[in-house]
Design a protein around this ligand. Structure first.
Ligand code: ZN
Ligand code: ZN
Ligand code: ZN
Length: 434
């Protein structure tokens, strides 16, 4: 029997056959592989270079084309990120530059890269409310039915085609209904009303009644058959100031206060409530909101809202108070107060409300990673659209804003949605996560 000999690498307890030792220079196979890996890593580190694809390029259209081009992974290349985000570059586009991006997107779609083409169009529609009425027939030819927001600006001719097709196209009916909801003009509203009054023969193939689809596009059909929008406009971004960028500067009159811990207690879990936003009702974001107090305060239990909707009423002084209508959701009674979110004292002071409004659908496509925290605007639903009903009057509540929790806490995630019922002066907060 051959005698095994020890691996010569220091500290290695393995023994090997002399034949192996002859092949490896005295090392065991795991050590040999480990050393090769380390050598490879050293090689990469010594030879890796930074590549700046944006060097010398100032045209935002060219910059976006690069951003939308997937680079093959090469361990010897480290790509330098562009100094501004994709969202910022899109927002900087002039009308002519937007048109060039549309042409580029359509060219990608014609040559088979539907995914990149669609992405570009979605950014243009969300950030600039760009009309795609000329391009929509081509999208349909290419059997592109999603994201449905692309169809918002369909011509009356396409709208009429879709209204016909929804009766016959079993496979795409879901998306066709959503497209129609996004188009949402008078003819569409009338059609949804007719479907509500006498459900079409295909209605029982859907999970919800046809008229429920409208909420995905941010509106509902009233009992009188009118369109009622479920979000407020204009929309103002809530953005976080960068570190050392005057986060503590209270001298610039900020009409919003955010993320203040209240002295009031959650009746479900016993922890302190949080005022997500406290906004002066004279702020232009609230120009279409009928609120009786001087400030719109949306308060909730940030822990319990993850399990169910938390409603707050306004007392005679206009201050929020826990609503007697709240029904404890499953799971909330298991919450341990000690596990609850402890916000940093300056969490709210890092936020600002933008000085100028942005397009109402800016944050709609949550998965495209826009900046999502906002007052006003169509919500960016992480899951399906879900507007709570007011517990007093049963109407759907309107959304007034949303707060992306990943911006609030280092390891936070999910989105808090804030709602109001103006006749009842109630607020509500719900939560969704991926
Ligand atoms: Zn070894
Ligand atoms: Zn609670
Ligand atoms: Zn109500």
């Amino acid at each position: 029997m051959t005698e095994r000999i020890p691996c010569i690498r220091e500290g290695c307890p393995n023994t090997i056959l002399p034949a192996t030792a002859a092949r490896t220079g005295g090392y065991c196979m795991p050590c040999k592989q480990e050393m090769e890996r380390e050598a490879h890593q050293r090689y990469i580190e010594a030879n890796r270079r930074d590549v700046d694809l944006y060097e010398g390029i100032t045209d935002p259209v060219e910059i976006l084309k690069i951003m939308h081009t997937r680079q093959d992974h090469d361990p010897l290349i480290r790509y330098v990120a562009y100094e501004h985000s994709k969202e910022q570059v899109y927002l900087s586009l002039s009308t002519e530059q937007q048109a060039l991006m549309i042409d580029y997107a359509m060219q990608l779609i014609r040559t088979g890269d539907d995914d990149t083409g669609k992405d570009i169009l979605v950014y243009l529609v969300c950030y600039h409310d760009t009309s795609l009425s000329t391009q929509i027939p081509v999208l349909l030819e290419h059997e592109i039915y999603y994201p449905v927001i692309l169809y918002k600006s369909a011509s009356t001719q396409v709208r009429d085609q879709l209204l016909q097709r929804v009766n016959t196209d079993d496979e795409n009916r879901n998306n066709l209904l959503l497209m129609l909801a996004y188009i949402g003009d008078e003819v569409v509203v009338r059609q949804f009303q007719q479907w509500m009054q006498s459900p079409p023969r295909w209605a029982d193939q859907l999970h919800v009644a046809p008229e429920q689809y409208t909420t995905e596009a941010g509106w509902e059909l009233t009992n009188e058959g009118q369109r009622r929008d479920l979000f407020i406009i204009p929309s103002y971004s809530l953005y976080k100031v960068k570190e050392n960028e005057g986060a503590d500067d209270t001298s610039i009159g900020n009409s919003i206060t955010m993320l203040l811990t209240s002295t009031d207690i959650c009746e479900w879990c016993g922890s302190q409530l949080t005022t997500l936003i406290d906004l002066d009702v004279r702020h232009p974001a609230l120009q279409d909101v009928a609120w009786k107090s001087e400030r719109l305060q949306v308060q909730t239990c940030v822990s319990c809202s993850c399990y169910g909707v938390v409603y707050m009423e306004m007392d005679s002084a206009g201050e929020p108070c826990w609503s007697a209508h709240n029904v404890m959701p499953m799971g909330a009674d298991d919450l341990d107060q000690d596990d609850n979110v402890q916000l940093a004292p300056d969490a709210g002071r890092q936020f600002r409300i933008a000085t100028a409004p942005r397009h109402a659908f800016h944050a709609s496509e949550w998965a495209m990673e826009p900046s999502t925290s906002q007052i006003g605007g169509h919500p960016g639903w992480v899951q399906d659209a879900d507007y709570p009903n007011c517990p007093c009057c049963s109407s759907r509540m309107r959304v007034v804003g949303q707060l992306d929790w990943s911006e609030v806490e280092e390891y936070g995630d999910g989105m808090y949605y804030m709602f109001i019922c103006e006749p009842c002066q109630m607020t509500a907060v719900s939560y969704q996560q991926s």
